[in-house]
Unconditional design. Structure first.
Ligand SMILES: Cc1cc2nc3c(=O)[nH]c(=O)nc-3n(C[C@H](O)[C@H](O)[C@H](O)COP(=O)(O)O)c2cc1C
Length: 341
């Protein structure tokens, strides 16, 4: 069963966010499975150095899927085969990226405009990696006039795609408006293969609600996990206890000082992992989206974020975090701390 391999709570692919260190920490603190950010099939095939760095998975390779993007069926199939040879057992093709730079090459959500191309890609990749789990991540359509997710889902199923990660926004919506999970339910009801929900999974409560309302096989945490990798552990605790409501989220008013200290320690651990993997300077830059998202919930967050902006070293950043756990700043609810794109 696919679900036995990838579980029910997954770290979504996020460009610039889900590098090796954040994946490692998310898995350590409760994610059952995770994805690399989208990786150019061409860059991977040409052994581009920056691209290869994105494929690093170390000992976590069995719990890591690689996400590839491209528009040429043969190139995607070759890249998928190369990923399988490297040890990846789950290969995902990005069929939903809305970014102009990607769409204009015919990749990402552009593939949704062309059912034939979708079929050719799915068929070629399936053929190339028969022994791997092959998934796609997609949106509800290209724009409001071409909402074709059921048709796309059926083609995927007929080609032997093993599961679909579904973000129910059109490409035209980018990240605006609300993810319409009534569409996730429709897709789930229409297909026999597993369907995972992505989109506005910002809190444990939203994850539980979306899963219950859609019957989805699992949820993907994306923006909701940035700066808050413990969300996975909180989600599985709540799911196991059958709780409809969520336990305290980081930054919510009832987060205890002890919990807060533990969470800050996890972020400091993430900073250390980033510094090891990327070097001090790059690590210091790449931790910032996590800190911004985390800090949004704190009283005085504007000031705090300004100090994060001004900080010149990992040490200064760590000191800012430490002042939080010493209790100078108390917490507001940060359930909406998600507008990082
Ligand atoms: C910064 C950022 C980068 C993203 N990069 C990718 C990507 O590389 N591949 C992909 O399939 N989706 C990508 N996404 C989309 C997310 O995986 C997810 O589907 C989307 O954010 C909706 O979930 P959310 O509303 O819970 O954040 C990205 C999203 C964000 C915010």
């Amino acid at each position: 069963m696919i679900k036995d391999k990838i579980g029910g709570q997954i770290l979504a692919p996020m460009a610039g966010i889900t590098g090796f260190p954040f994946r490692k920490i998310s898995l350590k603190y409760g994610a059952e499975f995770c994805f690399t950010e989208m990786i150019s099939a061409d860059g991977f095939l040409h052994n581009d150095k920056a691209t290869l760095e994105l494929t690093e998975a170390g000992k976590d390779i069995d719990a890591t899927g690689i996400q590839l993007f491209g528009s040429v069926p043969d190139a995607l199939a070759l890249a998928a085969k190369k990923a399988a040879d490297k040890g990846f057992k789950v290969i995902d093709i990005n069929m939903g990226c809305p970014v102009k730079k990607v769409v204009k090459t015919g990749a990402g959500s552009a593939i949704l405009k062309d059912g034939k191309k979708f079929f050719l890609i799915a068929e070629a990749v399936r053929h190339a990696v028969k022994d791997c789990i092959f998934t796609i991540k997609t949106r509800s359509g290209f724009d409001e006039n071409s909402v074709n997710f059921i048709e796309i889902g059926k083609i995927a199923e007929s080609c032997g795609v093993d599961a679909i990660f579904f973000h129910p926004r059109t490409r035209a919506m980018m990240f605006g408006g609300a993810a319409d999970h009534s569409l996730t339910k429709r897709l789930k009801d229409a297909l026999a293969i597993p369907v995972y929900a992505s989109g506005d999974v910002f809190t444990v409560e939203s994850a539980l609600k979306i899963k219950k309302n859609t019957g989805a096989d699992g949820v993907m945490f994306a923006r909701g996990a940035i700066g808050k990798p413990w969300i996975f552990a909180e989600h599985s605790r709540a799911a196991l206890s059958g709780a409809e409501g969520a336990p305290a989220a980081a930054g919510s008013a009832d987060t205890t000082a002890l919990e807060l200290k533990r969470k800050i320690d996890i972020i400091i651990e993430l900073m250390e992992e980033m510094s090891l993997f990327y070097g001090k300077e790059r690590g210091c830059g790449l931790i910032r989206p996590h800190l911004y998202n985390l800090l949004k919930g704190f009283r005085g967050s504007k000031e705090l974020r300004r100090s994060v902006n001004d900080a010149k070293s990992g040490k200064e950043l760590a000191n800012i975090l430490k002042t939080l756990s010493e209790g100078d700043f108390f917490l507001d609810n940060n359930d909406n701390a998600v507008d990082i794109i």
